[in-house]
Ligand binder design. Sequence first.
Ligand SMILES: *Cc1c(COP(=O)(O)O)cnc(C)c1O
Length: 455
Amino acid sequence: MKKEIPYKIYLEESELPKQWLNLRAFMKKKPAPLLNSQTLQPMTQAEMEEVFCSELARQELDDTTPYIDIPAEIRDFYKMYRPAPLVRAYCLEKALGTPAKIYYKFEGNNTSGSHKLNSAIAQAYYAKEQGLKGVTTETGAGQWGTALSMACSYFGLDCKVFMVKCSYEQKPFRREVMRTYGANVTPSPSQTTEVGRKILAEFPGTSGSLGCAISEAVEAASQLEGYRYVLGSVFNLVLLHQSIIGLETKAALDKYGVKADIVIGCAGGGSNLGGLISPFMAEQLEGKAKYQFIAVEPSSCPTLTRGKYAYDYCDTGKVCPLAKMYTLGSGFIPSASHAGGLRYHGMTTTLSELYEQGLMEARSVEQTKVFEAAEQFARVEGILPAPESAHAIRVAIDEAMKCKQTGEEKTIVFGLTGTGYFDMFSYEKFHDGKMQDYLPTDEELSASLEKLPKI
Ligand SMILES: *Cc1c(COP(=O)(O)O)cnc(C)c1O
């Protein structure tokens, strides 16, 4: 007999995954290696260790081990806020009048308000294990900085955050949460680094970008004894930690014999989406099942849908390794969109390669349509979504409405990456009818793509 599906499917604490899933190990054609930006040769462990924590560098370079143990200390921390619920969106289904079955995995159940904590705690743990004093990082919208500040204070590490200037000014409360955890927060670009001073000289009055904040954080780590640089997305080590999202989702669905048809996630650097799809994609790559995967990005920063698959710099200052990825060019500064967490110029190499192979689709959506979906969702589901997460809601609703027309009872699963309580200025703009949709022109994009390194 089929079990009645509850509104919320919780796993038991004992069912919390004991290993992360390394999706690259399942890919026949692997993502291209990171290259040293000086020698253009694949990055070695020794070179990686100059910037990154040793164990994290090892994870980044490992594309063959399918499962990696989650250390007990990290699992204990996870138990504080995980397993995260998988919610059957009965109320949304009813409001839409769709025969589709909609589920979402909610990652906003912790103080950082997003999935970022899943990797922050792992990265802080490995930094501590290595005996480091502290770490440096960048943050755009602020969620990663918040998560890392919390993780660092838990393990007694110092945390220096370079926060993109426009969000530093727009989101003072995010900054204060970070300071509550003892982090040191600097608006970027700043006068505290050489690369920051150079960018300020070239573009006075710039409101900053993620690519620029990354360069500053890397430089700061290299100048400080006992510090390394850590990052909240884009790299495969982050996808690895975020696989906890997908593993829990799949375990919860399996428990009730539910097979997903469509898996949807928003894509900034690609970490939550990569983590969510990991076990499903691994199954598909093994030929055991088939799914439709959809990456959703803002039309103001259309990395997959309008970018190019090529080697590019991960940061504006060109201090990070080169990655082969879908990119808009490392100098691309997207318009001031309200989904700060999705404003990165590139996409993780794993998702880029899967997209190139035609194993994943991508859609770009305009922000006014995204906020319409956010509001529709908030009114019936009891969670106020982050604008980033609402990109996934938008496409989940679109797919559910297609089912309404065709009568298909598809099972749609999407990632609800976080809450939007620090984004009320954006909601206000939307409610006041002052929100605009910015689309980069073809000329702007090709001007940026022309500057890709010739490799
Ligand atoms: C950072 C962030 C994202 C986007 O980052 P990915 O690495 O693409 O997952 C999405 N949603 C929220 C709430 C975020 O904080």
